[in-house]
Design a protein around this ligand. Structure first.
Ligand SMILES: [Zn+2]
Length: 70
């Protein structure tokens, strides 16, 4: 694995400090947490016999404020 390849990969890692800093306090999507989590499985639907993946992403209010103040 080289560094270039690593950098191009999509990451679901979020920085909670950053999320909290830029989140809008009264955001109706994230309630001021700045993060949203969704459950997905490889097949697209959630089934008991399939592994469920938690994906965490910044809320849109965080993205907006990062662009504004970033
Ligand atoms: Zn939000």
């Amino acid at each position: 694995m080289n560094e270039k390849e690593k950098g191009l990969r999509y990451t679901t890692t979020v920085d909670l400090d950053v999320a909290g800093m830029y989140a809008e306090e009264r955001c109706k999507h994230c309630s001021g947490r700045g993060i949203l989590s969704t459950q997905v499985s490889s097949g697209g639907t959630i089934r008991k016999d399939k592994a469920v993946e938690h994906r965490v992403d910044y809320c849109s209010c965080v993205r907006k404020n990062v662009r504004k103040y970033g």
